[in-house]
Design a protein around this ligand. Structure first.
Ligand code: ZN
Length: 192
């Protein structure tokens, strides 16, 4: 199984099976980054970290995507998301991708903040959000084997996309901190 890629995106271009539905944007393409690696998304990329909270506000589950075998780092788990379209902001792009790939209705989502991973020539924005009405994610296009709610305590045990695995401890802390500051103003500023 792949999974030994060098970083957030590997080095081999995804080969999309021709007989399955696949959404494309003008942002699809590789960036040769000064960090020495290539990243997917000519205008950057974004993903949605959607959290379900219990009655006390504590995050209990998040939506993860089991990535299709043919995709970059195929077989790993990560966030629904992908390349941004030209002139598309990260929140809009993450919600669009989550709807396309995971069937998540943006009307059932409240964005609570963002976390930006910056590279010299590329960036990835994680859009943190809370479920406001029941969201039933499902694999709705070729990029996913499965999309489902994963208990927060079980996330780290899954084979994660390298970049998501690196980011998860901090993202989890932010989700948990959000339970104590749920009524404060949205924090849209990047962590960096
Ligand atoms: Zn880079």
């Amino acid at each position: 199984m792949p999974g030994d890629g060098p970083g957030p995106t590997g080095t081999s271009a995804p080969v999309v099976p021709s007989d399955v539905p696949h959404h494309r944007t003008a942002g699809d393409g590789w960036v040769e980054c000064a960090c020495g690696r290539r990243h997917w998304g000519r205008f950057g990329a974004a993903g949605l970290l959607l959290a379900r909270r219990d009655a006390s506000g504590w995050p209990v589950a998040v939506v993860l995507q089991h990535r299709a075998p043919w995709s970059d780092q195929g077989g790993t788990w990560g966030l629904p998301g992908g390349a941004l379209a030209p002139d598309e902001d990260a929140v809009t792009g993450a919600l669009r991708e989550a709807a396309e790939e995971a069937g998540i209705d943006p009307d059932h989502v409240r964005v609570t903040g963002t976390s930006v991973l910056r590279h010299p020539d590329w960036s990835y924005t994680t859009v943190l959000a809370d479920e406001t009405a029941p969201a039933e994610p499902a694999a709705t296009d070729a990029e996913s084997v499965e999309v489902r709610w994963v208990p927060v305590d079980e996330v780290a045990a899954l084979p994660l996309l390298t970049a998501f695995g690196d980011a998860w401890p901090d993202l989890r802390r932010r989700l948990e901190a959000g339970s104590r500051a749920a009524r404060s103003a949205d924090d849209g500023s990047p962590a960096a």
